[in-house]
Design a binder for this molecule. Structure first.
Ligand code: ATP
Ligand code: MG
Length: 140
């Protein structure tokens, strides 16, 4: 195992319900360190660019509407095996399939409003981190 970094978003359904602290506590309890964090309002262009891989999926328009419906908290997490560990703490995309104790099982409202995003590979993590953060903002 290696010290790794991943990119995380606390989504608008969670910020709306004031769950930032509770979600951060779950990430920290799993051994992940929040080494950068910013609360922002995504523009339509930012959401479309971030989710460009899903541009052809039927839910793309709704997803971008949702991701711009309120503030998000963007984060860089660091830890052993951070990409896989964060995906484990988040749980499955559909909260109905997520394991008990995961962020999505505990908080998600639906498959779309599922409270958290986490990079799905180290390669995508690097791309997603640099989409939002400059290197000097990452304080490990
Ligand atoms: P994320 O990329 O946000 O961490 P994920 O990797 O678990 O989630 P993806 O397949 O990458 O899932 O989908 C990206 C996001 O698109 C999901 O988190 C969810 O908000 C939304 N989404 C995925 N599938 C559907 C669907 N069938 N209907 C509506 N929204 C969906
Ligand atoms: Mg994904």
């Amino acid at each position: 195992m290696a010290l790794e970094r991943t990119f995380s978003i606390i989504k608008p359904d969670a910020t709306r319900r004031n769950l930032t602290g509770k979600i951060n506590a779950m990430l920290e309890d799993a051994g992940l360190r929040i080494i950068a964090q910013r609360r922002i309002q995504l523009t339509r262009a930012m959401a479309e660019g971030f989710y460009a891989v899903h541009a052809e999926r039927p839910f793309f328009g709704d997803l971008c509407d949702f991701m711009t419906s309120g503030p998000v908290v963007i984060q860089v997490l660091e830890g052993e095996d951070a990409v896989a560990k964060n995906r484990e703490v988040m749980g499955a995309t559909n909260p109905e399939d997520a394991a008990i104790g995961t962020i999505r099982k505990t908080f998600a409202e639906s498959i779309e409003a599922n409270s958290a995003h986490g990079s799905d590979s180290a390669e995508n993590a690097a791309i997603e981190i640099s989409y939002f953060f400059a290197d000097v903002e990452l304080v490990g």
